[in-house]
Design a binder for this molecule. Structure first.
Ligand code: PHE
Length: 512
């Protein structure tokens, strides 16, 4: 055997592994012979470089219950079983009449699909109508109850959620076919994958271990005591190796959203703007009426707006409300015809979660009607939107206004272009759009790669908006989406990634 120099830890790892199959570094630790994981891993990489040991990496796959699965656990059954139950003894039903209580229309469709895939039902046409007939398998399942293979895997995943989820091998053992089916369903199982390492000796390593190596003293850290006493003379001192394993160190850093907001703040401050902010809870009056949004505007209905329960209403400034009421009704003395309806103060008093940060700027203008005004805000807004990869019910807007003598359309475009250029996106285009409070109104699109993405709105406030505050000069205004911009800045495909607290992703994503 060639002459091999082994450090104390390397010898220990070698001896620990002798006669064993693959062992994880964590298991070696558990033996109590090592103080830290990094000792094991660094010795292992040394042994590897000497051809004595192999380090294997494999993926450990685990399942935890996702949103839908939690719902099914609460119900105690999958939708296909709820539908199966609704067949009762007759065992036959017209497809269009399938609608058991507790299932939505969509769920019935999904449930029927699964009944078919499970072979519980066959569909036949009779006289132009579709009938579903339970098969023997369906009847048997009805008798056996709701614990199908899929349901049992969901239960396993829930039972093991706290231990990191159900291992793939356990789920397969329960019912491999049901598992593969379950993985095609949306919102049922969250898949967590982790790299795990195992160590095992090579043939050469095994030979060395069995030839009997002794474990002597090794110095890994020189101390003044060792130097002074001269103990170093007879001892083995471990050499340095910059290639050896070391655990990754993650410093603290700003979240990508926080970083982006800080950058935006920086840009507007450098452009001479002042930052403003406001409250999440607002009256309709400030969020909408003061912006000349008519009270029957579709955005006001519960589709888009979250109305508050407590407080349900808020005080509004009565005198100002009187002026704004007239402007809505007939234009007041603005020269406009208004919206021609009876303005309702109760509607204006309703409390909501602000739907845009334009409410911040209109409030600011009330207190600062004299030029020059250059303010911005970055704040959260709320809309009743279904969440998907592009939409959130809570998101941020980058809002701002310029009010000064001679402020113009070209300035508006210039400011917005400048902002995006400083964010690293120099190509911006504008399209005509509509907002009740601006004229002209613009849609702002930014080019990312070969695609244009709509990121917000802009325009010049109408006289109906500025008149009640006795504002004499043009107000250039914009409200831009933050999250979509951050998605492009960090090349994220799903907007929800920004709010998931995915530590692994945050750690490996370099901050701009
Ligand atoms: N408030 C608009 C929105 O939420 C954006 C906007 C702001 C449009 C200012 C014009 C002027 O989409």
């Amino acid at each position: 055997m060639e002459n091999l120099e082994l450090s104390l830890n390397e010898r220990k790892v070698l001896l620990e592994l002798a006669g064993k199959g693959p062992v994880s570094p964590e298991e070696l630790m558990a033996g109590g012979k090592f103080a830290e994981l990094v000792e094991v891993m660094s010795a292992a990489s040394w042994l590897k470089s000497k051809g004595l040991l192999d380090i294997h990496e494999k993926i450990d796959t685990r399942y935890i219950p996702d949103r839908e699965a939690k719902e099914y656990l609460k119900r105690g059954e999958l939708p296909e079983f709820s539908l199966l139950k609704s067949f009762g003894d007759a065992g036959k039903k017209e497809v269009s009449e399938l609608q058991p209580a507790g299932l939505s229309r969509d769920e019935v469709q999904i449930a029927l699909g699964w009944m078919k895939r499970n072979g519980w039902v066959s569909i036949r046409k009779e006289g132009g109508k579709s009938f579903a007939q339970l098969t023997d398998a369906g009847k048997k399942q009805l008798h056996d109850g709701p614990e199908t293979g899929q349901m049992r895997i969901i239960r396993l995943a829930a039972a093991m959620e706290r231990d990191g989820g159900a291992p793939e091998s356990d789920a397969k053992k329960l019912d491999a076919h049901a598992l593969s089916m379950l993985l095609t369903r949306k919102g049922i199982l969250k898949v967590k994958e982790k790299y795990v390492r195992t160590l095992s000796l090579t043939e050469k390593g095994k030979r060395l271990a069995s030839s009997g190596i002794s474990v002597g003293e090794e110095i890994t850290q020189l101390t003044p005591e060792i130097l002074q006493s001269g103990r170093w003379k007879g001892a083995e001192i471990r050499p340095y190796d910059i290639h050896t394993f070391a655990p990754a160190q993650h410093g603290g850093k700003a979240h990508v959203l926080r970083e982006s907001i800080a950058r935006i703040r920086d840009i507007f401050l450098h452009m001479g703007f002042t930052e403003i902010s406001g409250d999440y809870i607002e009256s309709c009056f400030w969020n909408m009426d003061a912006l000349f949004i008519p009270q029957d505007h579709p955005a006001r209905d519960a589709q888009d707006t979250f109305y508050m329960k407590t407080p349900a209403t808020m005080d509004i400034p009565e005198e100002l409300a009187g002026i704004i009421a007239k402007i809505h009704e007939n234009g007041g003395d603005t020269g406009s015809e208004g919206w021609k309806y009876k303005w309702d103060p109760n509607q204006a008093r309703r409390a909501i979660l602000r739907t845009h940060t334009t409410v911040n700027t209109i409030r600011y203008l009330r207190d600062h009607p004299d030029p020059p005004v250059k303010v911005f805000s970055v704040g959260k807004v709320f809309r009743r939107e279904a969440t998907d990869n592009k939409h959130l019910a809570e998101f941020h807007q980058i809002e701002g206004i310029v009010m000064e003598e001679g402020a113009s359309f070209r300035m508006l475009i210039g400011v917005i272009k400048e902002f995006y250029a400083r964010m690293g996106f120099p190509e911006v285009r504008f399209r005509p759009s509509y907002f009740p409070y601006t004229e002209p109104s613009l849609e702002v699109e930014v080019r990312f790669g070969d695609r244009w993405m709509e990121l917000g709105g802009a325009g010049i406030f109408r006289p109906e908006v500025t008149a009640p505050f006795k504002i004499k000069h043009p107000v250039l205004a914009w409200g831009l989406g933050l999250e979509r911009l951050v998605m492009k800045r960090y090349e994220i495909a799903d907007i929800r990634q920004l709010y998931q607290g995915d530590l692994e992703w945050l750690r490996k994503t370099p901050i701009k």
